[in-house]
Write a protein that binds this ligand. Structure first.
Ligand code: KIV
Ligand code: ZN
Length: 504
């Protein structure tokens, strides 16, 4: 049975999802989880893109063991130099260079002839091979590239020393049948194709990224590029958890395997959702909360008689831990630590102390504390207030006094703390109470900010459920994310705004 390499690009293409930027600490946490998940190659970033990107690739390269670590680069020497330099400490480095090959990109974006296109691939792969024995070349927009030209590009990349050649469906345009035919065609006509691994990297614009990736595997592709939760540019990339579970569940069809430890899929998905702030939809295949929930009476009856009537995978195979355990006021630190671990978060002692303190406060306000409440507490207390944040330089919430009446302007008196000193502001105005709070925060902190996105969601069902607020603030064209939960939505909104400000 062939083993398909899983190339994860959550930290690079996934980070290109609007609002999904991660700091270095978060990237390291995700990279460590990806290595533990069994990912073969981790694309840690695009080293030349910014000093922050360079540093992230460098740190991931230093920490990760057991998976290859890769940096993206254009077919430009300074890009390849930066990628090589950032990967110096990697145990298994890979340089990933790309160039668009389709007519539309050659003519409008690159202003390059076919011959120049081929020469650029050849010289860049040769250049990259000076630094690294593992070089991947990607033909950007390959699925809209003339097949004869694409075949020449693939042959050139391989003869120049590329060890992997990627055929991306950059704009998510190909159908599964077309993808199969394209890979099959290349397999049959490129004379040196057996000297490299053929890869695919499919975007999800038409919702077909997983299907096209599976079709490519059937045609002989040996690597699939994907992201956790399907994150990525625009509609995202092929979802790692979906493609891996399709391969595993339908091995009778695909007859291939991967190295992924599938029981770690749900915890990894939760971690990525937590650090990016991009929530997993409840009905998302494999890792969504409802992926194994049976609502209809007929289905429930079948499940009780024999789970295989309606279940094609076991929830435990993807890392869902069945539990009837609900924590509450009398639950102790050990029970919380155990629950957090089951949910995929092995909290260090100081982190547990933080979360436990907030857990006790919550238990005073809310009778039953569910898994989602615990995940929200971890998100708010560990990811929103990391240890490396400069605590002397952060704003915190003290209290508010809100008066609202239909037909009248709201009035908000807000007290915040900064460097152990309280600051108070009263605002009469705003479109509503949240706007009044926002205006008061702006006045107190003196920050020139605007709200780009604001969402409130209930963490669980029930009248005493916590409200979960995610906010994107804009300051000088940069976006900053804030998150907070509370049974009091006004408090959660205030803290979420402050958390975003504290990241600035
Ligand atoms: O979508 C794409 O073509 C890419 C390449 C850089 C591989 O992300
Ligand atoms: Zn992409």
């Amino acid at each position: 049975m062939r083993t398909i390499k899983i190339f994860d690009t959550t930290l690079r293409d996934g980070e290109q999802s609007p609002g999904a930027s991660m700091n270095i600490r978060e990237k390291l946490e995700v990279a460590t989880a990806l290595a533990e998940l069994g990912v073969d190659i981790i694309e840690a970033g695009f080293a030349i893109a910014s000093p922050g990107d360079f540093e992230s690739v460098q740190e991931v390269a230093r920490v990760v063991r057991g998976s290859s670590v890769c940096s993206l680069a254009r077919c430009i020497e300074k890009d390849i130099n930066a990628a090589a330099e950032s990967l110096k400490d990697a145990q298994q480095p890979r340089i990933h260079i790309f160039l668009a090959t389709s007519q539309i990109h050659r003519e409008y974006k690159l202003k390059m002839s076919k011959e120049q296109n081929i020469e650029s691939v050849r010289s860049s792969v040769i250049y990259a091979r000076q630094f690294c024995s593992d070089v991947e070349f990607s033909a950007e927009d390959a699925t809209r590239t003339e097949i004869d030209h694409l075949a020449r590009i693939v042959e050139t990349a391989i003869s120049a020393g590329a060890t992997t050649v990627n055929i991306p469906d950059t704009v998510g345009y190909a159908t599964p049948t077309e993808m199969y035919e394209r890979i099959n065609n290349l397999m049959n006509r490129v004379p040196n194709i057996d000297k490299a691994v053929i890869s695919v990297h499919n975007h999800n614009d038409l919702g077909m990224a997983v299907a096209t990736s599976l079709a490519a595997v059937q045609a002989g592709a040996g690597q699939v590029e994907c992201t956790i939760n399907g994150l990525g540019e625009r509609a995202g990339n092929c979802s790692l958890e979906e493609v891996v579970m399709a391969i595993k569940t339908r091995h009778d069809v695909y007859n291939v395997t991967t190295r992924i430890i599938t029981q770690k899929l749900v915890p990894t998905s939760r971690l990525v959702a937590t650090v990016t702030g991009l929530k997993v939809p409840r009905n998302k295949a494999i890792v969504g909360q409802n992926a194994f929930a049976h609502e209809s009476g007929i289905h429930q009856d079948g499940m009780l008689k024999n789970p295989t009537t309606y279940e094609i995978m076991l929830p435990s195979d993807v890392g869902f831990q069945k539990t009837d355990l609900v924590l509450g006021k009398h639950s102790g630190r050990a029970a919380l630590a155990d629950r957090a671990k089951t949910l995929g978060f092995d909290l260090a002692s100081d982190q547990l102390t933080k979360v436990f303190t907030e857990f006790k406060k919550l238990a005073d306000r809310k009778k039953n504390i569910y898994d989602d409440d615990i995940l929200a507490l971890i998100e708010q207390n560990i990811h929103e207030q990391p240890d490396n944040i400069d605590n002397d330089n952060t704003w915190s919430f003290v209290s508010y006094d809100l008066r609202c009446k239909t037909g009248e302007e709201p009035k908000a008196t807000l007290t915040l703390q900064y460097k152990n000193k309280n600051y108070e502001k009263e605002i009469n105005g705003g479109d509503g109470p949240i706007d009044a709070i926002f205006l008061a925060i702006k006045e107190i902190t003196g920050k020139d900010i605007s709200i780009k996105e604001y969402s409130v969601q209930s963490v669980t069902g029930g009248q005493d459920a916590q409200g979960e607020v995610t906010i994107l603030l804009n300051k000088n064209g940069e976006t900053y994310r804030g998150y907070a939960v509370s049974t009091d939505t006004f408090e959660a909104s205030t803290v979420a705004i402050l958390n975003a400000i504290n990241r600035m």
